[in-house]
Design a protein around this ligand. Structure first.
Ligand code: COI
Length: 354
């Protein structure tokens, strides 16, 4: 592992690792001993540092709080049977961070800063990477504006950070989703393709209404006609109808998921018919009604491969086949987990050892 000399390191004096029950990890509630930070000031990235994990001090006038000038990423690291820490596709997350940043007027984070910040942090906190199947180290890089100015304009100062969280599954059971045809997550020309904090905040209320009805999540539809399925907010969505893997084509209202891309690459490698195109609600509900919808699942870093148990539409719940029968989703889950953990070959070069 390369540790850049320019990254200042301040180690914690009180590790919290002995307090963690690694056999029962929740998602996103436990953080490791350290975090990475860097500041963008006067047009340059400076003051890269790894410091003890803890609260940060920001101006109450920072536009990140008022106007949502903030973006984030999600990645995972796992421990191989030989004890190496393996990170899944970090360069793809770095690139997507900068795609998101451009959309809301943020400076690019240089690849070196991202990668060396990550590897320095992970090397300090490597004992926090869980070993057990089903658990992993969730990596959350994020970038937010840090001006002290409440006028509306792109900021000039920013903070980039990475925090790490040992996690268990995001969804501990197959998910119940409801097709949303009233509210909109993302509109054409909007920020739906960016991993911008505001997209997630704006989706909370419609998702909460669905959760009050017993669903876990929504299946968002397009903002114009509500006739086409887009994504699920916490994950992209995929369907197996007969023998074909179908998923909504990327657009400016859908996040370009890295797990989505990985699933499509594996499916094509295995010779499966794959269609990335507009997917209408009618088509999926007809396939569900006639038994041709054999599988449906979400694909995301946090969610991994999340089987969809049922789809709610217009007041009716459509149950999908038993999870044990879902050949493709089960196979792709096993394959991805194996690649991430270093127990299966990595033909696409997705793994970075840190
Ligand atoms: C991720 O999968 O990394 C995300 O950012 C989704 C979020 C729901 C945790």
């Amino acid at each position: 592992m390369v540790v850049t000399e320019s990254i200042r390191i301040e180690r914690t004096k009180h590790s919290r690792i002995s307090q963690v029950d690694f056999a029962n990890l929740p998602f996103g509630k436990i953080y490791t001993d350290h975090m990475f930070m860097a500041d963008y000031r006067d047009g340059e990235w400076k003051n890269s540092r790894v410091v003890p994990y803890g609260h940060i001090s920001i101006s109450p006038a920072t536009p990140a709080i008022h106007y949502g000038q903030a973006i984030f990423e999600g990645m995972k690291a796992m421990k191989s049977p030989t004890g190496d820490v393996l990170v899944f596709r970090p360069a793809d997350n770095w690139m997507r961070l900068n795609v998101s940043g451009e959309r809301i007027c943020m400076p690019p984070v240089p690849e070196e800063l991202f990668m060396e910040g990550l590897s320095t942090l992970i090397s300090l906190d490597q004992n926090w990477v869980p070993k057990d199947e089903g658990s992993s180290l969730y990596i959350r890089p994020f970038l937010f504006s840090a001006d002290e100015y409440i006028g509306i304009r792109p900021s000039e100062n920013f903070t980039f950070m990475i925090i790490l969280s040992p996690v268990g599954p995001y969804y501990s059971t197959p998910v119940k989703v409801k097709i949303e045809t009233q509210f909109t997550r993302a509109a054409e020309g909007g920020t739906g393709y960016a991993k911008a904090g505001g997209n997630y905040g704006a989706a909370l209320y419609p998702a909460k209404l669905a959760q009050d009805e017993g669903y876990h999540q929504l299946l968002w539809t397009d903002g114009k006609t509500h006739q086409y399925i887009e994504e699920s907010g916490t994950m992209n969505v995929m369907f197996v109808v007969d023998d074909t893997l179908i998923t909504p084509a990327l657009s400016d209202s859908i996040l370009a998921g890295i797990t989505r891309d990985s699933v499509l690459k594996l499916a094509r490698k295995w010779g499966m018919r794959v269609e990335e195109r507009k997917v209408s609600v009618t088509e999926i509900m007809e396939a569900a009604g006639s038994g041709r919808l054999r599988e449906a699942f979400g694909a995301g870093t946090a969610a991994t491969i999340a089987h969809i148990e049922l789809i709610g539409f217009e007041g009716k719940d459509y149950y999908l086949p038993a999870i044990a029968e879902r050949k493709f989703a089960n196979r792709v889950y096993e394959e991805l987990e194996g690649i991430k953990r270093g127990t299966r070959p990595d033909p696409f070069g997705w793994i970075t050892k840190m």
